[in-house]
Design a protein around this ligand. Structure first.
Ligand SMILES: [Zn+2]
Length: 395
């Protein structure tokens, strides 16, 4: 092997280890919201844990609401929130419930959101974010006295379904089979199984249609994207699509492309939404407002730019140059950390001029998105192929 081949081999092996490390650490973090360290320290019992997590989620939600309703310009730091990132004010009761169309409602606390459908034979509730918690039941009771008869999970993440224990035990719980399997695994290892959301009794592999009178919801699974089991939920009468943790209307995604378990699946989900569904409203699970078809188009453009920027950074930043700049070879992680920093800087510099004032959170999270796309582009065969197909300025 010549030096270049040696360098490339080291690069490939270390990159693979890095991905494994990163994937395992995100698997441990099942909640998409980081729990602050002081909360983690104080978790002595399941009750404490629940109370403190609930308190933390409420704090996040209140803080977001205050910054939404009180300020036009006074966000902390130097960044202003783009107009596109702002949502409706949240009433003092802590949540907002609104009819989207034809008996389909959304409920939000300003940081999380979900939707429910009122039918002649009861309510179909989707997800149950703990930050909204029992306010979800209050929101439903505001618009109907019908019982909740069906519950659908978008995916297994607890920040979206962790409060599903609030629903009647005799409701029918529906999810894709990967979601049910994940909850089953959690139940089998949990010290206290009641902390795991109810396990779905109706599961499906690819498609399921819930038809109640003249109302229906189509549930579709196209393979792994954000998480195995994450589904597209479509209300055809209302032309509303619910797709959680993929689209972030008005904002860049949660860090590391919303910790997507499959980067290519995450990228592809944008085209699936646009090509397979006639929708004009999207319920995306996070942040300040409902989304539109245009929000999906904007994020598709963001992701496409990110592919080009990451591909360009991977090509322009040479590992061998970084290694010789570091000048010592006994600590490969030292070389890698400098290499990753340089790739991220190159990619962030390509992305920021266009996106920093267009989507909320760009300054905070852009380097995480650059890391995920660039790293996937080096080790995932499908993403590497995608980045090669992107047109970028080659060196
Ligand atoms: Zn999730």
């Amino acid at each position: 092997m010549n030096n270049r081949q040696k360098t490339n081999k080291l690069w490939m092996i270390s990159g693979t280890i890095l991905v494994i490390l990163f994937v395992s650490s995100s698997a441990v973090n099942s909640s998409i919201l980081p729990v602050p360290t002081q909360t983690t320290k104080a978790m002595s019992s399941p009750e404490n844990k629940e109370n403190e997590e609930t308190a933390y989620l409420k704090f996040v939600s209140q803080t977001l609401n205050e910054s939404n309703s009180n300020n036009k310009n006074s966000t902390s730091g130097t960044t202003q929130i783009p107009e596109a990132a702002k949502g409706p004010p949240i009433p003092a009761k802590g949540y907002l419930v609104q009819e989207i169309r034809d008996h389909l409602y959304w409920v939000t606390d300003g940081s999380y959101n979900t939707m429910f459908l009122v039918t002649d034979k009861g309510v179909v509730a989707i997800d149950a974010p703990p930050s909204i918690g029992k306010n979800y039941l209050k929101a439903i009771a505001e618009v109907t006295d019908k019982p909740i008869t069906y519950v659908i999970y978008s995916h297994a993440h607890l920040d979206h379904i962790g409060a599903a224990g609030i629903f009647p035990k005799n409701a029918t719980f529906i999810a894709q089979e990967e979601t049910a399997a994940e909850l089953q695994r959690a139940t089998s290892i949990a010290k206290n199984a009641s902390t795991v959301p109810p396990i779905p009794t109706v599961t499906f592999t690819k498609n399921y249609t819930l038809q109640i009178g003249n109302q229906s919801l189509k549930l579709d699974y196209y393979g792994v994207n954000h998480l195995p089991g994450n589904i597209f939920i479509y209300a055809p009468n209302q032309k509303v699509l619910m797709l959680v943790d993929i689209i972030f209307p008005g904002w860049v995604p949660f860090p590391y492309l919303a910790i997507a378990k499959d980067t290519e699946g995450f990228i592809k989900a944008h085209d699936i939404a646009l090509n397979n569904y006639d929708f004009d409203t999207i319920v995306a699970g996070h942040l300040t407002r409902l989304g539109t078809r245009n929000d999906v188009i904007v994020q598709k453009e963001f992701v496409s730019d990110l592919e080009k920027a990451a591909g360009k950074a991977n090509q322009e930043v040479l590992f061998s140059n970084i290694a010789s700049q570091v000048g010592r070879f006994d600590n490969p992680w030292l070389i890698f950390s400098k290499y990753i920093d340089a790739v991220n800087e190159n990619c962030v510099n390509s992305m920021m001029p266009k996106w920093e004032n267009k989507l909320g959170g760009a300054q905070q999270f852009m380097s995480t998105h650059c890391f995920t796309m660039a790293e996937s582009g080096r080790v995932d065969p499908t993403v590497m192929a995608l980045l090669q197909n992107s047109t970028f300025v080659s060196k």
